[in-house]
Design a protein around this ligand. Structure first.
Ligand code: ZN
Length: 269
């Protein structure tokens, strides 16, 4: 009998752990390249040309898709050693919080989280100079304030510059926009003016390369990979909230029961 139970447990464990890696081709590779935008004139001002290199490791381990960037933060003397350590931790958290778990890749019933992973240990993909002084922040020079006085020591700004490290273009006039005179612009997106928002909008297009990658690894036609939001739809969030409210009111007793559709409770009115 004991052997039978052990056998059943073993069978269950094999069944539970088996299928994920069995049906998907996993992979890992270094991606690097250069982005260039031509100079352009808008509203009487000329911007660019711009040029930068990007480099990251992307991987799919059968569970999630990740882009990993090693950043070498180099501080000027406006930062103490303690502040430098705090800055690195904060920057890593800011970038990962804004980028991670906004979209997932779905394939039938399967869901694969889409993640970025920032580390600061080396060997490095990028070197970023950090200063509390005023300056114009770009991908490799992060200032605490803009020369015009605005605060640029912000999570959204760090996450925006990280977007360039993944090869993304700007989405505001004045920046390194793609396809001028018909660039993609965004008022609230992270790569547009939303960089200053507390919660920048993370557009689906920022994650397109993850989808391309899993499709390249798994080209068979029986997969139907697509990007879907990882954030619950408003209607789903509403139903969940209504359900929780119903449960809470139900626990409060009979007085409020007529207000909400309650589940039957054993032996109570
Ligand atoms: Zn930018």
């Amino acid at each position: 009998m004991r052997i039978l139970i052990k056998l059943m447990i073993a069978t269950f464990l094999i069944a539970a752990s088996g299928p994920v890696s069995a049906h998907y081709v996993t992979g890992e590779e270094i991606v690097n390249g250069m982005r260039k935008t031509e100079a352009y004139t808008a509203d009487g001002a000329t911007y660019g040309p711009y040029e930068w290199t990007y480099k990251y490791k992307r991987s799919f381990d059968g569970v999630s898709l990740t882009k990993h960037v090693e950043i070498n933060f180099v501080f000027d003397d406006t930062y103490t050693a303690e502040e430098q350590a705090t800055y690195k931790t904060t920057a890593e958290k800011d970038i990962e919080r804004i980028w991670n778990n906004k979209f997932v890749i779905r394939d039938g019933d399967k869901k694969f989280p889409i993640l970025v992973d920032v580390t600061t240990a080396g060997p490095f993909d990028q070197t970023v100079n950090v200063s509390k002084n005023a300056g114009v922040t770009d991908m490799l020079n992060w200032y605490a304030t803009h020369t015009n006085g605005g605060n640029t020591d912000l999570p959204g700004v760090r996450a925006h510059e990280f977007g360039h490290m993944l090869g993304l273009f700007d989405e505001y006039i004045g920046g390194a926009v793609d396809k001028f005179p018909n660039p993609t612009l965004s008022d609230h997106g992270l790569m547009g003016s939303g960089t200053y928002d507390e919660k920048p909008v993370m557009h689906e297009r920022y994650y397109q390369q993850y989808l391309d990658y899993i499709r390249t690894l798994n080209p068979d036609t029986d997969h139907s990979f697509r990007l879907v939001s990882a954030v619950p739809e408003p209607i789903a969030a509403f139903l969940l909230a209504a359900g929780l409210l119903a449960m809470a009111l139900h626990r409060m007793g009979g007085r409020t029961r007529s207000c909400v559709p309650c589940v039957p409770s054993s032996g109570k009115p």
